[in-house]
Design a protein around this ligand. Sequence first.
Ligand code: 5AD
Ligand code: SF4
Length: 434
Amino acid sequence: MKYYIRTFGCQMNIYDSEKMAGILKTLGYEPARDWKEADVILVNTCSVREKPDQKVLSALGEFKKIKKEKPDAIIGVCGCLAQRAGYEILQKAPFIDMVFGTTNIHHLPKLLEEAKSGNKAVEIIEEIDEGEAELDKYPTVRENKYTAYVTIIRGCDKKCTYCIVPYTRGKERSRRIGEILQEVQYLVEDGVKEIHLIGQNVTAYGKDLGDVKFWELLYAVANVDGVERIRFTTGHPRDLDEDIIKAMADIPQVCEALHLPIQAGSDRVLEAMDRGYTQKEYLQKIELLKKYIPDIALSTDIIVGFPGETYEDYLETVKVVKEVEYDQVFAFKYSPRPGTPAAEMEMTEKPEVVSKWLSELINIQKDISFKKNLQYEGKTVEVLVEEEKEDGSLVGRTRTNKLVHLKGRNNLLGRLVNVKITQANRFSLVGEVI
Ligand code: 5AD
Ligand code: SF4
């Protein structure tokens, strides 16, 4: 019996898919090379903007064809769109056999049984499932052998006015530190070198537990023997305090890279988004980061065309982008999400104008990213070798999360090596092992 999982969206979804693969493995399934040979197809969906919504429906249209060859094949839809609009999807795509949400993934074995017996297996619960921690019982099946995601907190309490996440993933729930460390231990024993702690809002870790802070978790993870690198995403600027920044600087394994979404540069827009900081406060945090960790690589998320945003507001975002000099920027056009407060606000700028702002911003950043990459030429950096291509060449990442292509040499997979950068491209570096 074989499974195929198509994942849309963020790291949380990737991790959830790895868990679902783990559940299916436990049930005796093996991964299919292609969806056409699968007995179970799962589509793990995202709902953060309208585009991913549409992509899900077109993927389902494709997978539907499997029913001709294999009438008993099960098609399941899960993740954020399923949580938000599961019944709607079922109406649009009645051939689906199984629908479940983001907090009851551990019910997959039961749901699969039900679907196999010919019933529609639908379980979308509004409340967070009490038994969620049962998921800890299952292994993850990962594509990357040397770097692994570990969920430390689920949900988000921030309620930014544009964001669907609090509705699709519920309130913040931190995983117990013992469970996290046990998972890290297991991963290291399995050959993992780099631990990537993930959550919608990792810097809020522990608030609901009461007795532990995010920076304490960083130290605890670093103390697990064999952890060579630590990353975390995503932090919220409001919760990123000096204690966390000090720990980042102090712990050798914490990489010099941070994704810190600003969303907008204008105070007026930040206020309308309910982000809880001003441009000045955000820039103060950036300054502090650069003070403690001088060679830190920064990245961010930006939304362009929020309701009420004017050209002057947009220029504030451009100003920040130029001032901070991010290594990478993920910029998106604002997309109203059903049920969020911003969806009720009037859209004030024409879509064509917003598209122009967006492409201008992306072009500005392209040059900055290239300039940042050029600074690597001639330097020697530490690379974790993660992949060997068919032609024998190797691919790895620097501590600052830059992709590096290397001339092939055997026995380097999973190793941290020193690499001299010989060439910088727009999106990657080329180097030689020394
Ligand atoms: N419209 C556009 N972008 C959004 N994001 C979240 N919600 C929306 C929305 N309604 C972006 C934010 C967030 C990233 C994951 O997606 O920038 O950080
Ligand atoms: Fe998409 Fe947000 Fe869900 Fe991640 S949490 S899959 S970004 S909607």
